[in-house]
Structure formats: structure tokens, C-alpha cells
Design a protein around this ligand. Structure first.
Ligand code: AGP
Length: 607
């Protein structure tokens, strides 16, 4: 959450920083600001609102070749001009931008106030500016070290000081920071997306590390004693265009349409047609280790949790191992029993979600084995896990996750297949599923090609204030993910229910104003699902049914969306794709900012 960009070099810093901030806006977008260090010291411009509004108010003369900027997702204090970063000390000689949370900020604010400091904002971050300014160390690194000694919490931090105009000092503890190397110019950012157009030669800081960044280069050191960590930059294999929306009207649209290609990427090289299995070298588990697994527990948040439920069903079905998914945000608070023969699986697009990261740490602290299904290579969760499966979905920018979630499902399918084949899943079933997985990218493409046909349905759903998404067994997590996507970007109340539970309460809400989106694949529950549709239809509840062409809905008055058939175990992902399109077009019809839904941000790095 929140984005940091910094520049030091030969050009004016402000335009470079602003451009970087626009690339990070999906991480927080309620306020933004820039500080530039020029011949007249540090000048800060910041305000509530979007980055483009900030660029409109920047003074024409805003020269200085060193600068830092920030785009915010409010934690402490509302989105106001005063609470926007950068924060400065009273003299205006220090400016800081910060991602993360300073847990002891209330105590530090009280101490500073007692010492006569006038605080200018409600934020936790502001204390850092005052602490740096009040340190009597004679280097900027020493001042930052002193400030960090006083704080408890998480941070990605960048600091400017007018007395040290040749440098930006950055520090990391729990919030990512990357240093980018240019030609006599250097960049800092909380995310590669901000700087890949300028450089792909980068160094990622580790927790507990600080860096001094000058126009000529950078050096890294430990926070605690400023001893060198000697980190060097490496060339990353990154396609900078993957971070652009191209001709698409939004990142979400681009990312949905990329799915046939990104789905192939997660499967590539991992399927074994001959033995009807999958090979996941990154798990670092041989057949004996895999056979020793007695239970699987999947941990993720939001949509990753719902896909985790789809994954648990797949694992239980194919490998016949008890498996379930749990919201990682709750896990550590119930002091969970960690079993040595349980395989814990953390699932995350960003690899930064703090609740998931802390759940992994809880497992490992108690001696459990946790593997990751993670998209962002080298991210905190990927590094914390004992091994895992990278999702290879490419950069995902839209807050509403689509292609990464599809690849999570496919990652779980690969894991289930491998776990199944070291147990009792027959080679015939293994081959059947391998063939099904190979067919999936083409079938996803087929569904996406029908996008235009879904627009009218999406518009009609957008008109409802409240709607249900229903499914059974394999279909229930799909309904949860469909409702999640719909509410995230359309701001409509969308509630997921097991179809079987409708008559136990929520049926009372069904009337002509409350539509239901029902998942009715051709499987062993089709007839029972159709029974529930009759109950809704009898109460004039509008129905949209995602189904297979073979399913006969009889007299039921429903709008139907047919998806191609695959193996029943793989149905969930094909049923999910139309739900993405429905949410997208409903939000578009309502005129919402699809990539930056209100109150949300990509990567939830605060508890
Ligand atoms: C997905 O559309 C949501 N924005 C959100 O629920 C997300 O899946 C969740 O915050 C987990 O994120 P992660 O995959 O990066 O850990």
C-alpha cells in the first residue's frame, strides 16, 4: 500500500518522480506529494487527490535534481493535504516518505509534543521527519539510524536532508524498496513498476538494510550499526511494456484478456503427459516428502483465499488428502496448532500481503513447512516460504485481480495432480487432467471472445442495489470470488451463498429487484441446482445462469451464459471468467474508476 519514488541525477527530479508515481497509483491514491531538494533547500508540494491533480498544481519553477514522492492509502488520519507525504520537520530541512506503519507512533508523537515540537499532521510517518532532524549524528545515515532505533513497525523509507544535498537515504523493514542504477543518475522506488522504463539494473533491499543513494551510485548497510552489506545491482529480465496498459481502456481489461497467454506460462514445462502428472521442482519436495503429507492447509486473503478454497477442493478430490483454506488474516490470532505432517500453502499475487506473510511466519515459527504460490518473484512471502510455485502471470496492476487468480487455480491444479499421482490417482485420471489443463488456455480465450454478449447482462446487474452469487461444492468458492469481484469495482452489495443454503434464510430476500447469478455446471449436482433455480424463479427473482450448453434449464426464465466443458474438477476456473467480465462491464456502466476502486489499494501491506 502506498508508493514511493525517488530520483537523484542530472535532470529535474519532479517530472521523473511524478511519472513514477502515476505508475504506482494503484498502490494508494487518496493523496500524493513531491519534495525536491534544490539550491534553495527542500520544497514540498502535496495534497489530497490523484497524482494528475498534483501535477496540475506544481509550481512552474520547481527545480532540483534530487526528489522524493509518495502516493498514499490513508492509515493514520484522513486523506487531507496535511496528511499527504512527504512530511517535513519544523525547520523544513528534512523530508520523508514512508510506506508501512509505525506502531509506537502515538507514544512518539506524545514525546515530541512534550519536547515542544508542533506536529503538522495526524500521521505516524511525521515522527520520522522530526526524529531524523533531532538526531545529533553527523551523517545523514547516522541520523536515520537514530530515528529507526526509536521506532517499532514496518517501513519502506526515503529521506532527504538539506544539509546532505548529494544523497537520498532509504531504509527497509517489511515494505519493499528497490534501488535502480542509471547513467550518472539513480532511482529509488517501492516497486519496480515505477522505474522499469528508466532502468532494469536494480538492487532489492532486504529487511534491516539501508542504502545511501547518490547520483554516482549506492552503498548498502545494516540499520543497526551501519556496517556494510555490500549489495550490488543485478540486471533483471523484465519487459518494461508489460507494465503498460497499451491500447486497453484499463489495466483490468488488459489483464483479463492476457489470461490465455499467462495461463500457458504457469503450465509451461510443468506437465508430464507420459506419466499423467506435474513436476514442481520449486517445491523442493521429493516423492517421499509428498507422500508424507497428511493434510493441506491453504492460507491467503481476499480473492486469494477464495481461490485457495477452489485449490483445497481440487487437492482433496485428486489426492484424497484432507485440505482446506483459511483467511490468513485470522489464522495467527487463533494460536493455530501446527502439525508436522501438514503442508501449509501460502497464496498471494503480490507476495507482500502482510496478513499472509505473518501467517507464514506463524507456521514457520512453530516448525511447520510452508510453500508459496506467489506471482511476484523475490517478494517477501516467496522468500519467507520453504519453496514454492511461481505463478508467471506477469505484472498485475489492476486492484481487482484476474490473471493472477487464474494462475493460482492452475498452480493448485498442478499441486493437486502431483500430490495425487504420488498417491492413488490413476495414470488414466492423471492423463485426463493433463489433457484438460492443456485445453484450458484455449477455452479461456473462447469465453473472453464472447465478451460483447455479456455487456447487456452486466448492465442489468449493475442496476440492482443488491445481488446474490450462488454455487455448490466446487462452485461455491467461484460464487464467493464472483461476488468479491462484483462488489470491489461496482460497489454493489453482492453476497455469495451455497445454493443449498438459500432456502435456510436468504430466500426471504429474493424478489424482482434482487438478481441471482447462479453457477450450474453439468455435474452430479445439476438437477439439485436446477431445483433451487425454480425456487428463485417462482419468486420472480431475476436469474443469470453460468452453465454448460448441455444443461437444459427448461421453463426457467433465466439469461444463460454457456462456458466450454472441460474435466469437472477444472470447471471452477472456466466458470470464473464470465464473472470477471460481468463485474468489469457493470463497473464500466456505472462509470467507476475500474483500476482504482474506492477505499482499496493493490497489495495490502498493513494489518
Ligand atoms: C482481489 O481482487 C482483491 N483486490 C484482493 O482480495 C486480493 O486478492 C487480496 O488482497 C490478496 O492479495 P495478494 O494476492 O496480493 O496477497
Amino acid at each position: 500500500m502506498c508508493g514511493i519514488v525517488g530520483y537523484i541525477g542530472r535532470q529535474d527530479a519532479a517530472p521523473v518522480v511524478l511519472e513514477g508515481l502515476t505508475r504506482l497509483e494503484h498502490r494508494g491514491y487518496d493523496s500524493a506529494g513531491v519534495a525536491v531538494l534544490g539550491s534553495r533547500g527542500i520544497r514540498v508540494v502535496k495534497q489530497a487527490g490523484r497524482v494528475r491533480e498534483l501535477s496540475d498544481v506544481l509550481p512552474k519553477r520547481f527545480a532540483g535534481t534530487t526528489g522524493i514522492g509518495h502516493t498514499r492509502w490513508a492509515t493514520h488520519g484522513p486523506a487531507t493535504d496535511a496528511n499527504a507525504h512527504p512530511h517535513a520537520d519544523e525547520s523544513g530541512r528534512v523530508a520523508v516518505v514512508h510506506n508501512g506503519i509505525i506502531d509506537n507512533s502515538a507514544a512518539l508523537r506524545a514525546e515530541l509534543t512534550d519536547a515542544g515540537v508542533t506536529l503538522a499532521s495526524d500521521t505516524d510517518t511525521e515522527v520520522l521527519a522530526h526524529l531524523v532532524a533531532r538526531s545529533d549524528a553527523d551523517t545523514l545515515e547516522g541520523k536515520v539510524r537514530d530515528a529507526l532505533r526509536a521506532v517499532v513497525g514496518t517501513y519502506g523509507l526515503a529521506v532527504l536532508h538539506a544539509d546532505f544535498p548529494d544523497r537520498i537515504v532509504v531504509a527497509r523493514n517489511g515494505s519493499p524498496l528497490v534501488v535502480g542504477v542509471g547513467d550518472k543518475e539513480m532511482y529509488v522506488a517501492s516497486d519496480l513498476a515505477a522505474i522499469v522504463r528508466h532502468t532494469t539494473t536494480v538492487a532489492m533491499l532486504d529487511d534491516g538494510e539501508m542504502a545511501t543513494v547518490t547520483a554516482a551510485g549506492f552503498t548498502t548497510m545494516r540499520h543497526t550499526d551501519l556496517s556494510s552489506t555490500g549489495k550490488t545491482a543485478t540486471e533483471m529480465d523484465i519487459d518494461a511494456s508489460a507494465y503498460d496498459a497499451g491500447d486497453h481502456e484499463s489495466y483490468m481489461h488488459k489483464e483479463m484478456l492476457e489470461q490465455p497467454v499467462t495461463a500457458q506460462a504457469v503450465l509451461r514445462g510443468r506437465l508430464d503427459e507420459r506419466f499423467g502428472t506435474a513436476h514442481l521442482g520449486g517445491l523442493d519436495m521429493d516423492a517421499r516428502d509428498l507422500r508424507a503429507v497428511r493434510r493441506v492447509k491453504i492460507l491467503g486473503c481476499g480473492s486469494a483465499y477464495y481461490v485457495g478454497q477452489m485449490g483445497a477442493a481440487l487437492i482433496e478430490e485428486l489426492a484424497r488428502i484432507p485440505a482446506d483454506a483459511e483467511a490468513a488474516s485470522e489464522f495467527r490470532y487463533r494460536d493455530p496448532v501446527i502439525e508436522p505432517d501438514t503442508l501449509y500453502v501460502a497464496v498471494s499475487q503480490s507476495g507482500e500481503t502482510i496478513d499472509t506473510l505473518l501467517a507464514v511466519q506463524e507456521v514457520r515459527r512453530k516448525g511447520g513447512r510452508c510453500v508459496g504460490l506467489v506471482n511476484v518473484v523475490g517478494s517477501a512471502i516467496a522468500r519467507e516460504c520453504d519453496g514454492g510455485i511461481y505463478l508467471h502471470a506477469g505484472p498485475e496492476v489492476a486492484v481487482a485481480s484476474t490473471k493472477a487468480l487464474t494462475n493460482m487455480f492452475l498452480g493448485f491444479a498442478l499441486l493437486a495432480l502431483q500430490l495425487g499421482r504420488v498417491r492413488d490417482l490413476s495414470i488414466a485420471d492423471g492423463k485426463r487432467l493433463v489433457a484438460g489443463l492443456e485445453k484450458l488456455p484455449g477455452q479461456i480465450e473462447e469465453i473472453l471472445a464472447g465478451e460483447d454478449d455479456l455487456v447487456a447482462v452486466a448492465k442489468s446487474l449493475a442496476e440492482a442495489r443488491s445481488l446474490f452469487f450462488i454455487g455448490r461444492v466446487r462452485g461455491f468458492p467461484v460464487a464467493r470470488e464472483g461476488a468479491q469481484k462484483f462488489k470491489e469495482i461496482s460497489y454493489r452489495h453482492a453476497e455469495a451463498y451455497q445454493t443449498s443454503e438459500l432456502k435456510h434464510g436468504p430466500l426471504a430476500l429474493i424478489d424482482p429487484e434482487v438478481p441471482t447469478v447462479a453457477l450450474v455446471p453439468r455435474d452430479e449436482l445439476t438437477e439439485r441446482n436446477i431445483g433451487a433455480l425454480h425456487e428463485i424463479d417462482a419468486r420472480q427473482g431475476p436469474l443469470v445462469v453460468i452453465t454448460h450448453a448441455e444443461v437444459d434449464l427448461g421453463e426457467i426464465g433465466a439469461r444463460r451464459i454457456d462456458v466450454p466443458r472441460n474435466e469437472p474438477e477444472l470447471d471452477p476456473i472456466l466458470l470464473t471468467i464470465p464473472l470477471q467480465l460481468l463485474a468489469y462491464h457493470a463497473a464500466q456502466h456505472l462509470g467507476h474508476d475500474i483500476d482504482k476502486p474506492r477505499n482499496l489499494a493493490k497489495s495490502v501491506t498493513v494489518e
